[in-house]
Design a protein around this ligand. Structure first.
Ligand code: PEP
Ligand code: MG
Length: 887
């Protein structure tokens, strides 16, 4: 016979903590606490399988269920010497839902179940407290009517208010036994009036009503929405916990409270919690009375006068402290606890792993490992890699009020407040004057770089998670909200509008790049603290990971930051990003707009020394570590001049007229620049560009080796390759340039030539392409774009809904689409290695810093991931967790 009901209490239980799937989180932990010998009121758990059965069988319960529940109730009755529904010595119970994970969207609790017109008298007699009994009864009618029968609770609140008015009193505490008795009658009448049926008097009918309501609540709208938002499968179902009531509202020696075994926001090893004397649990949550501190220390810190539990109930507090210690030792984690004191006796109602901030998670993990409660591996698993973001960037003060203006994509984490400006030059000028600014643009392009750099944060109306703004801001560590589609930005007029609200140049705004929120005014931010714990956890993580972690960095400054965060080399240096600033962009534009080879060569002559000196610096910073330099891959639309003044700048630089340049730019216009004349296509058609770059790389490497005496091994990477031929042709040219430089200088360096795998054809033909490659780096930004057929720059407009409708579990530009794009990566790995077993494999798309994608890369057998500097610690931790979880 299937066991549908599990019991707990009196130092024993049928269940265990690891049976959450069957008993729900609450039920499993109640069982565990009972087995530990902690004071848990006896009770029963109806399993999640009953929930599944209920929905699979048109809301019918398994036939054996009634008998099993009855037997369990009998056991509780025996344990307590009380009888369910008995007039003189009634057993009262609470009924609570309990899914595998806590789901605040589901059914509330029903307390005091089993009370009726007769048992209330028994409760009054036994407790010697008629006020308590009638107060409990009216609470029960109120809760049951609301939660189970669907009669809104405001009806009852109203009756209480009227009654108090009639008596001329203000507080509930001024009402006596008779008042609550009268109100109980009115409550029942109200329910009958609303439903056309009397309030159920039979205890068993009440019980099954409540059980049915819990199962029914699994599929109510707000629970469904909650599940969707939190990726909880429908199929899990909920359990139901029925537990003997204990009362915190039996007078001054009774109390109820909630507590964490450590401070959940700082992680300090101090109890943290609140309690209320003479109250039931709902009073603490409802906020009608102000709860008091648990510890004397916390009370003093808060400057509160109401005594702490440590002071008012020292003995019970001592027992509670023992229980906390026992629970932490047993669960080896910080616990979130609910308790009740009934006439001086402590009862435990719940324990579970406590939710905590990233800061607390880090501190608790490190403290527990150092105290031997957990091992290093467990500590590494305890901190969510994505949460490290909170520690690396400023965050919004959670207590500060916010006025949300609009929302966009959380493109680069961190929070920043400043004056809205709509022009990069202006951003730079204002910043020079010492003002904090947020650069707001429809979208950004290379000529905005200096403004992005000067700004505290960047906001764009267009563009997705791999748009120019997003990628560049992440690289710089600037917070960025991109693709805020409801914004209308008029840069010329110096104003932006969203749903009728205007923000003018100079008005203060705040962006939160971690959530995508944009707020009016300056919301207070908190600065990150990279404490010793952070470094410690990182060292432990490094012990376990198999993946190497490199960074995507294009400037000496990014490179420096990345090294500090522990990058083990550069996985992607986007050379086109090295041309973003000042004079350089003019030279690049000169090159792009050149009519002929001579014109291009003239531009390249200017660029060569700039490139070489950047490479020299980067090789020096990364001394001894590998550096992958990608040859030019400029999506043309990011580089072509747009504004009149930009054409004039280029015209002046080369002595041409602006009109001719504009015509040339019009000729070059592409409808799909992301699929256009970029990457190796440029290298194939204009050999001189890659030749210049190869030359500057070799010259720089030779110079740095000569200066430092250390070996530099540049890895030269060719982008957007689709065929073996493309790479083979370019390889010959790069090798020829190497020979030329070696001959000129009389010196040699080792080097590697490889390619990005960022087109489906390249992944499919990886075994051919590997013939010409020493390494592959998966460019999953373009691979996602081309595999799914969605534009990196435009998809934000509809991806939102795709994610909401669950067509994609997540934005595929953020977390790799494992079923589709991931399969292409695996194919590339397999086929590439079938040709060259020692082919070095990495990833340099934005996914390289996403924890789930890093785990995927570990499983796929890559050698390294590469991500923006600020995500290096996240990738290190994610890689360690992947290695621990997937041996
Ligand atoms: C990619 O496509 O994944 C990549 C890293 O290159 P980019 O983003 O520069 O196109
Ligand atoms: Mg690419």
């Amino acid at each position: 016979m299937t066991k549908w009901v599990y019991t707990f209490g009196d130092g024993a239980a049928d269940g265990r903590a690891d049976m959450k799937n069957l008993l729900g989180g609450k039920g499993a932990n109640l069982a565990e606490m009972a087995s530990l010998g902690l004071p848990v009121p006896p009770g029963l758990t109806i399993t999640t399988e009953v929930c599944t059965h209920y929905y699979d069988n048109k809301h019918q319960y398994p036939t054996e269920l009634t008998a099993q529940v009855d037997a369990a109730i009998t056991a509780i009755e025996k344990s307590l010497g009380a009888v369910f529904g008995d007039k003189s010595n009634p057993l009262l119970v609470s009924v609570r839902s309990g899914a595998r994970v806590s789901m605040p969207g589901m059914m509330d609790t029903v307390l005091n179940l089993g009370l009726n017109d007769e048992t209330v008298l028994g409760l009054a007699a036994n407790s010697g407290n008629a006020r308590f009994a009638w107060d409990s009864y009216r609470r029960f009618i109120q809760m049951y009517s609301d939660v189970v029968l669907g009669v809104d609770h405001y009806h009852f609140e109203e009756l209480i208010e009227i009654h108090k008015e009639e008596l001329g009193v203000d507080l509930d505490t001024e009402l006596g036994a008779d008042d609550w008795r009268v109100l109980s009658g009115k409550f029942k009448a109200k329910t009958e009036e609303e439903l056309g049926q009397p309030f159920p008097q039979d205890a068993r009918e009440q019980l099954w009503g409540a059980i049915g309501a819990v199962f029914g609540s699994w599929r109510i709208e707000r629970a469904r929405v909650y599940r969707k938002l939190n990726n909880i499968p429908e199929a899990w179902g909920t359990a139901v916990n029925v537990q003997a009531m204990v009362f915190g509202n039996m007078g001054d020696t009774s109390a109820t409270g909630v507590a964490f075994t450590r401070d959940p926001s700082t992680g300090e090893n101090e109890f943290y919690g609140e309690y209320l004397i003479d109250a039931q649990g709902e009073d603490v949550v409802a906020g009608i009375r102000t709860p008091q501190n648990l510890t004397k220390r916390a009370r003093e810190a808060a400057g509160a006068t109401a005594p702490s539990m440590e002071e008012s109930m020292p003995e019970v507090y001592g027992q509670l402290a023992d229980v906390f210690a026992k629970l932490e030792k047993h669960y080896r984690d910080m616990q979130d606890i609910e308790f009740t004191v009934q006439r001086g006796k402590l009862w435990m109602l719940q324990t579970r792993a406590g939710k905590r901030t990233a800061k607390a998670a880090l501190k608790i993990a490190v403290d527990m490992a150092e105290n031997g409660l957990i091992d290093e591996k467990t500590a590494v698993l305890r901190v969510e890699p994505g949460a490290l973001d909170q520690l690396l960037h400023p965050t919004l003060d959670p207590d500060a009020p916010r006025d949300i203006y609009t929302r966009g994509l959380p493109a680069s984490p961190g929070a920043a407040a400043g004056a809205a400006v709509f022009d990069a030059d202006e951003a730079e000028a204002w910043a020079k004057d010492g003002k904090d600014v947020i650069l707001c643009r429809v979208e950004t392009s290379p000529e905005d770089i200096h403004g992005m750099h000067a700004a505290r944060g960047v906001l764009t109306a267009r563009g997705g998670m791999t748009s120019h703004a997003a990628v560049v801001a992440r690289g710089m560590g600037r917070p960025c909200v991109s693709g805020a589609g409801q914004l209308r930005i008029d840069g010329k007029a110096g104003v932006m509008t969203c749903m009728g609200r205007e923000i003018n140049k100079g008005d203060l705004i705040t962006i939160d790049g971690a959530t995508g929120e944009v707020m009016v005014g300056a919301v207070r931010t908190l600065q990150p603290e990279l404490s010793g714990d952070f470094a410690k956890l990182m060292t432990w993580a490094d012990r376990y990971r198999k993946l190497r972690v490199r960074t995507n960095a294009d400037t000496p400054m990014d490179t420096e930051v990345a090294r500090e965060f522990g990058a083990e080399g550069i996985g992607l240096c986007r050379t086109e990003h090295m041309f973003f600033e000042g004079e350089r962009i003019i030279a690049v534009r000169q090159m792009i707009l050149a009519e002929d080879l001579a014109g291009r060569k003239a531009a390249l002559e200017k660029l060569l020394p700039m490139q070489r000196s950047d490479f020299v610096e980067i090789f020096k910073i990364m001394r001894g570590l590998p550096v992958t330099i990608r040859l030019l891959d400029p999506p043309l639309h990011e580089f072509l001049p747009r504004e009149e003044s930009e054409f004039e700048d280029v015209a002046a630089a080369i002595g041409a007229d602006a009109a001719t340049l504009k015509r040339r730019a019009a000729d070059l216009h592409e409808f799909n620049p992301m699929l256009g004349h970029r990457g190796c296509r440029l290298g194939i058609t204009y050999p001189e560009i890659y030749e210049m770059q190869a030359r500057s790389i070799f010259e720089a490497a030779i110079a740095v080796e000569a200066e430092t005496g250390e070996t530099v091994v540049p890895e030269i990477m060719v982008p957007l390759v689709a065929t073996e031929k493309e790479l083979a042709i370019l390889r010959v040219r790069i090798e020829a340039m190497a020979e030329a430089v070696f001959a000129e200088t009389g010196k040699q360096v080792d080097y590697m030539i490889g390619t990005m795998i960022e087109l489906p054809r390249a992944a499919i033909c990886a075994h051919q392409i590997a013939n010409a490659a020493d390494f592959f780096s998966f460019g999953t930004n373009d691979l996602t774009q081309t595999a799914i057929g969605i534009s990196r720059d435009d998809a934000a407009r509809f991806l939102d809904q795709y994610v909401r409708d669950d067509i994609f579990a997540q934005d595929p530009f953020v977390s790799i689409d494992q079923d589709g794009v991931g399969e292409l990566v695996k194919l590339g790995v397999e086929r590439g290695r079938s040709t060259k077993a020692d082919l070095k494999l990495g990833i340099c798309g934005e996914h390289g810093g996403d924890p789930a994608s890093v785990e995927f890369c570990h499983i796929a057998g890559l050698d390294y991931v590469s991500c923006s500097p600020f995500r290096v610690p996240i990738a290190r931790l994610a890689a360690a967790q992947a290695a621990i979880n997937h041996k």
